[in-house]
Design a protein around this ligand. Structure first.
Ligand code: DC
Length: 436
C-alpha cells in the first residue's frame, strides 16, 4: 500500500510522513532527500546548478543509498559518503530546487523512487508523489500552510540544527517564497495537488493532529473473500489460539495480493494450523495423509485447505500439485526446513523452496512461529492446550531471474533463511516497529 504526502517545504511533511509510517508500520521515504543528495554532489564537484548539461552528466555517477540505523533512523549516502546532515544546509536547499527542474534529473529520481516503492507498504513524501510517481497510490494527501508559518518552522529547525545560523527569519521567508515559485512554475512535474488528493492545511494544527487525521483516512486493506466453510473453521481455530495461546500476530502489512509461498520454521504439529489462521486470507498447504487421521487435528487441517500427500507419492508429484496451486494465484504454506526441528532451533533450509519459487515465479513471505514447540514438541503424544504463541510475517522476498538459475535459487534460499532468522531476532529483541 502506498500513501503519498506532497506539499511545499515547511508544511511539516517529513514529521507527518514519518509519524504516519511509524503508526502504520510502513516504510518512510523522504524524496526531497534524494534531490538534496544529488545537489550535494553537484556542489561538491563545483558544478554550477544552473548548467543543465553538466548537472545531468553527473547522474551516471550518482549512487544513492539509504541505510537504516538500529533505532529506525535513516542515513543517506552518496557514492559511499554519508550526507545525512550536509544535505540540510541552505546552499543545498537552493541547489536542490534549481536542479529539480531538469528532465534528466527528474526521470532518474522517479526511476529510483518507483524502485523503492515496489512491493512495499510505504509513505512517500515529496512534491510529485501523487501526481507523477505513484498516480495509483492508495491515499494521497496534499499539505499546505501559510508561507509565514512555514518560514517560522524552518527558522526554528535550522537554529536547532545549526546554532550559529547567520540567516534571519525574513531571509528564510524570502527564500521559501522563491522556492515555492521555482517548484510550482517549473515545466515538468510542478508542485501541484493531484486531483484526487485530500488537502490538509497545517497552519493551525499540530503535527500529531495531522498524523491522526491521515491514519484515520487510510483505506482498509481488502483481502480476497474466504469461502464459507473455510471461514467457519478459520474463526473457530482463531478463537482457540487467541484464547488458549494468547496468539499475537505481527507483520500483516507484508501480505500482497496474488500467489506466494509463506515460508516458516517448523517444530510442531501446531505450526500448520496456527500459521494458517494467522494469515488474513485463505492459504493452502500440503500435509501427510496420516495427519488427517489424528482426531480434531485432521478435521481442523482439512477445513483449512490442507491437501493430503499419500504415502509413497513421488516428490515430483507433490511439487506438481504445489506449482499448480501457485499458478492459480493461491498462497501456499511451506516449511522449507523439510522436517520438524527436534530442539525447536532453526534448521538450514532445503532446496525445495527455491525450486518451487523458480518454477512458479512467485514471491516468498517469510514467517517465524514462536511458542508452538513448547506447546507440542516432537515426540510428545498429547499437546498442551494453553500457553503463548506468536507469528511474525516479514517483508516479501521477490524472485529475481538471474543469468544462472542455480545462483538465483541459492539466493532465494539464503534470503529466506536470513529473513526467518531476522524475524526471530526482531521478536526476541522486543518486537519494536514493523518486522523486517
Ligand atoms: O522537501 P525538500 O525541501 O527536502 O526538497 C528539496 C527540493 O527538492 C525542493 O526544493 C524541490 C525538490 N523536490 C522535488 O522537486 N520533487 C520531490 N518529489 C521532492 C523534492
Amino acid at each position: 500500500m502506498i500513501i503519498t504526502i506532497d506539499g511545499p517545504s515547511g508544511t511539516g511533511k517529513s514529521t507527518v510522513a514519518k509519524g504516519v509510517a511509524k503508526k502504520l508500520g510502513f516504510t518512510f521515504f523522504d524524496t526531497g532527500a534524494m534531490y538534496r543528495s544529488l545537489a550535494w554532489l553537484i556542489l561538491k564537484e563545483k558544478i554550477d546548478p544552473q548548467n543543465q548539461a553538466q548537472v545531468e552528466s553527473v547522474l551516471p555517477r550518482f549512487q544513492y543509498e539509504i541505510r537504516q540505523a538500529a533505532h529506525g533512523e535513516r542515513h543517506y549516502y552518496v557514492n559511499g559518503t554519508e550526507v545525512t546532515n550536509e544535505i540540510r544546509t541552505q546552499a543545498v536547499s537552493m541547489a536542490a530546487s534549481q536542479i529539480a527542474i531538469y528532465p534528466g534529473v527528474r526521470e532518474e529520481m522517479v526511476k529510483i523512487q518507483r524502485r523503492y516503492g515496489h512491493a512495499v507498504d510505504a509513505v512517500f513524501e515529496g512534491r510529485d508523489m501523487g501526481t507523477v510517481v505513484f498516480p495509483d497510490a492508495d491515499l494521497k494527501i496534499f499539505l499546505t500552510a501559510k508561507a509565514e508559518v512555514r518560514a517560522e518552522r524552518r527558522y526554528r529547525e535550522l537554529v536547532h540544527k545549526f546554532p550559529d545560523l547567520s540567516m534571519s527569519y525574513d531571509e528564510i521567508l524570502k527564500e521559501i517564497k522563491e522556492r515555492d515559485e521555482t517548484d510550482s512554475t517549473r515545466a515538468i512535474s510542478p508542485l501541484k495537488k493531484a486531483s484526487d488528493a485530500t488537502v490538509i492545511d497545517t497552519s493551525d494544527i499540530t503535527a500529531q493532529q495531522v498524523i491522526d487525521k491521515i491514519v484515520a483516512m487510510r483505506p482498509k486493506r481488502r483481502y480476497p473473500k474466504m469461502k464459507f466453510s473455510y471461514k467457519f473453521v478459520y474463526w473457530l481455530a482463531r478463537i482457540f489460539f487467541k484464547c488458549c495461546f494468547r496468539l499475537k500476530i505481527y507483520g500483516l502489512e507484508h501480505f500482497r495480493p496474488g500467489a506466494g509461498v509463506i515460508a516458516a520454521n517448523h517444530s510442531s504439529f501446531y505450526d500448520p494450523p496456527v500459521l494458517s489462521i494467522s494469515c488474513p486470507e485463505e492459504v493452502h498447504f500440503l500435509a501427510r495423509g496420516s495427519l488427517f487421521e489424528v482426531p480434531l487435528l485432521g478435521w481442523l487441517i482439512k477445513g483449512l485447505n490442507a491437501h493430503p500427500v499419500a504415502r509413497g507419492v513421488s516428490d515430483a508429484a507433490i511439487f506438481r500439485d504445489m506449482i499448480e496451486l501457485l499458478q492459480q494465484g493461491k498462497k501456499l504454506i511451506l516449511f522449507p526446513e523439510g522436517k520438524r526441528s527436534e530442539t525447536g532451533q532453526l534448521l538450514p533450509l532445503e532446496r525445495g523452496l527455491s525450486f518451487l519459487v523458480q518454477k512458479s515465479q512467485c514471491r516468498v513471505i517469510p514467517a517465524y512461529i514462536h511458542g508452538a514447540y513448547d506447546a507440542w514438541p516432537r515426540g510428545r503424544k498429547f499437546p498442551k492446550l494453553f500457553g503463548k504463541m506468536t507469528v511474525v510475517f516479514g517483508s516479501p522476498i521477490e524472485w529475481e531471474e538471474g543469468a544462472d538459475k542455480k545462483d538465483a535459487q541459492a539466493r532465494i534460499t539464503a534470503q529466506t533463511e536470513d529473513a526467518i532468522r531476522n524475524l526471530k531476532e526482531w521478536l526476541e529483541s522486543g518486537a519494536r516497529g514493523s518486522p523486517p
